[in-house]
Design a protein around this ligand. Structure first.
Ligand SMILES: C[S@@+](CC[C@H](N)C(=O)[O-])C[C@H]1O[C@@H](n2cnc3c(N)ncnc32)[C@H](O)[C@@H]1O
Length: 201
C-alpha cells in the first residue's frame, strides 16, 4: 500500500482510540486487526473499533520508512479468542505464540519507521512483566517508565530508529583504543596538553 505523505503517524493497535485527544487526527493512520460495532458492549454502548485500515502488525502493508511516529499499544490479556468485555475492548495476546508475534511486530514496525522515527510502546504489565516483553525486542528503549512506583501497571517506553551507521560512527569515536604504546612526551608537551588529545576526550 502506498502511503499518503500527509499520513506520517501510525497507530498500529488503535482499538477504540481511547487514549487519543484527537480521535480523528489528520496525519494518522489508525490500524487494528478487527472491527467492533457500537452496541457490542452493553455497559459502554458507544464503544466501537473502526480502524482506517484493517491490518496486522506482524505483516504491515506499508513501504519501508513510511512513518515518523508509531504508537504501539499491544493487548495485555493472554488468550485464544475474544471472550468478555476486556477482550472485546483490548483484544488478546495469543498465549501460545505471543513471543513470535511480538518479535514479528517489532521488526515490521522498525521496517516502516523512517530514520530518526520514534516508536512509543505501551504495555499494561498485568499478565507478564514489562521486562519480559522488552527482552523480546532487538532494540533497547531510550527512556520511559522505569519503575512500577505509582504507575498502576501502565508502562510507556520510547525508541528511536537511529541509523546504524551513525551509531557505529559514534561508538567508534567514543572508543579510541590505542593500537601501540603511547608516544613518549617531552617535558614541554606534558605541561601544555596536546590539543588533539583534549578534543578526543
Ligand atoms: C490495548 S488495545 C488498544 C487500545 C487503544 N490504544 C485505545 O486507545 O483504545 C490493543 C488493540 O490491539 C489490537 N490487536 C491485537 N493484535 C493485533 C495485531 N496483530 N495487529 C493489529 N492490531 C492488533 C486489538 O484488536 C486491540 O484493539
Amino acid at each position: 500500500m502506498k502511503t499518503n505523505p500527509e499520513k506520517f503517524i501510525l497507530d498500529a493497535c488503535c482499538g477504540g482510540r481511547q487514549m487519543w485527544f484527537q480521535k480523528k487526527q489528520k496525519n494518522t493512520i489508525f490500524l487494528d486487526i478487527r472491527e467492533v460495532e457500537k452496541g457490542s458492549i452493553k455497559l459502554q454502548p458507544n464503544f466501537c473499533i473502526k480502524p482506517d485500515v484493517i491490518g496486522d502488525y506482524r505483516k504491515l502493508s506499508f513501504p519501508d520508512k513510511s512513518f515518523k511516529l508509531v504508537v504501539w499499544d499491544i493487548p495485555h490479556i493472554m488468550g485464544k479468542k475474544i471472550n468478555g468485555i476486556i477482550q472485546t475492548k483490548y483484544g488478546y495476546l495469543d498465549k501460545d505464540n505471543y513471543r513470535e508475534d511480538l518479535k514479528k511486530g517489532f521488526d515490521e514496525i522498525w521496517r516502516i519507521l523512517d530514520d530518526y522515527g520514534v516508536l512509543e510502546f505501551k504495555y499494561a504489565d498485568i499478565n507478564l512483566p514489562i521486562k519480559d516483553i522488552l527482552s523480546l525486542f532487538p532494540q533497547q528503549p531510550l527512556f520511559g517508565t522505569v519503575t512500577k512506583k505509582g504507575v498502576n501497571n501502565t508502562f510507556w517506553v520510547c525508541f528511536m530508529k537511529i541509523p546504524i551507521t551513525e551509531t557505529e560512527t559514534s561508538f567508534n569515536t567514543d572508543l579510541e583504543v590505542p593500537t601501540s604504546s603511547p608516544p613518549k612526551l617531552s617535558p614541554t608537551e606534558i605541561t601544555s596538553p596536546n590539543p588533539n588529545i583534549m578534543r578526543s576526550l
